[in-house]
Write a protein that binds this ligand. Structure first.
Ligand SMILES: [Zn+2]
Length: 346
């Protein structure tokens, strides 16, 4: 006779937990199959790369420590971050206590809002300032967001006229991913870091040392890298990716020097914000060479009186194509370099 109320109580508690979890779930989390592939690069150190079944855009990384988990970057939307947390639970049941934002861009920090208020979100002071101010009105995110309804419309049109069932199904899957992403963007509440740094901060978790380092202006004025000296791993966000980073908020000349500071760290594995993990340090040299040349080339066009839109069409960086398949400079990149040359951004 004593058992029944206990069982009912347990069921009621489970139900309450289910309701609580469900009420926190953002829109747009549905997807088929895994949203992430976890690449384990060292004991407890994972690189999370999107599979394409959900819009995640950037990569994240996570570090499983003795008692907790640290996540580095949290993707493009609340939905993507929520699904990341769900999939991390399949690796470990330890709680995520800490998130690090490598920089303020939407594809790395727009998942911040899904974390409980007691989770420390760490980022550069500049990252906090940007996420508290106008970061969603800046061209990089505006282009992304305002392009979505058109993409959705375009996909619908193509689906309607596609005869091949396999091609149609593929388009339908892309449509769904885009629609869910759009639904999640509508729920966005910019959430800035609640712990900031300006040069360096170190977290200690048992034998693990996690250094958060600002190496100078580059991809933005406040990118940080996450460096694990014992594991010789560095998580670089978009300060160094597997390909070319966007230049929209960059300081290309200073970036070259800041990358020299990165080279001084002792690591063998890079977990970038886009693309696969890599070990080839020569990628830093290739990227520095590209940055020097993009600056010189765009400056040359500006001196000729060419508009920034036209400079984007004419800038020729093709000598870097062995290292970077697409060397085209988007208009947002030439506009940034023009603004720096004009002194309208400092
Ligand atoms: Zn990015």
């Amino acid at each position: 006779m004593m058992k029944r109320p206990v069982v009912l109580g347990v069921i009621a508690a489970m139900f309450a937990v289910a309701i609580a979890a469900q009420s926190r779930q953002p829109a747009g989390t549905s997807h088929n199959g895994k949203a992430f592939r976890f690449n384990k690069v060292k004991e407890g150190v994972y690189h999370a790369v999107g599979t394409g079944s959900l819009a995640v855009v950037g990569n994240s990384s996570f570090i499983v420590n003795d008692n907790d988990v640290i996540v580095v970057d949290d993707h493009v939307s609340p939905a993507a971050a929520w699904v990341l947390l769900e999939e991390i639970k399949e690796v470990t049941n330890k709680p995520v206590t800490t998130v690090i934002n490598t920089h303020f861009h939407f594809d790395h920090a727009h998942g911040n809002q899904v974390f409980e208020p007691n989770v420390q979100i760490i980022g550069h002071e500049f990252t906090r300032r940007m996420l508290l101010s106008n970061s969603t009105s800046m061209p990089l995110y505006q282009n992304y967001l305002t392009g979505m309804p058109g993409q959705i419309e375009n996909l619908r049109t193509r689906i309607a006229s596609e005869a091949d069932p396999a091609a149609k199904a593929k388009l339908q899957a892309t449509l769904q991913v885009t629609e869910y992403n759009y639904a999640s963007q509508k729920e966005l509440k910019l959430t800035p870091p609640n712990v900031t740094l300006t040069t360096q901060m170190t977290l200690y978790r048992g034998n693990r040392e996690i250094q958060i380092r600002y190496l100078g202006r580059g991809h933005t004025a406040g990118d940080v890298v996450v460096y694990l000296p014992n594991e010789k791993v560095v998580m670089t966000g978009d300060f160094l990716t597997a390909g070319l980073s966007n230049l929209s908020d960059s300081y290309p000349e200073e970036w070259v020097a800041s990358l020299d500071a990165l080279k001084k760290l002792d690591f063998d594995t890079v977990l970038p914000g886009h693309g696969e993990a890599f070990t080839d340090k020569a990628k830093i040299d290739y990227y520095q060479a590209y940055l020097r040349d993009v600056w010189t080339e765009v400056s040359r066009l500006k001196k000729q009186g060419v508009s920034s839109e036209e400079a984007a069409k004419r800038a020729d960086l093709s000598k870097h194509k062995d290292h970077f398949p697409n060397t085209a400079v988007p208009p947002i990149g030439t506009a940034r370099i023009y603004a720096l040359l004009d002194g309208t951004v400092k």
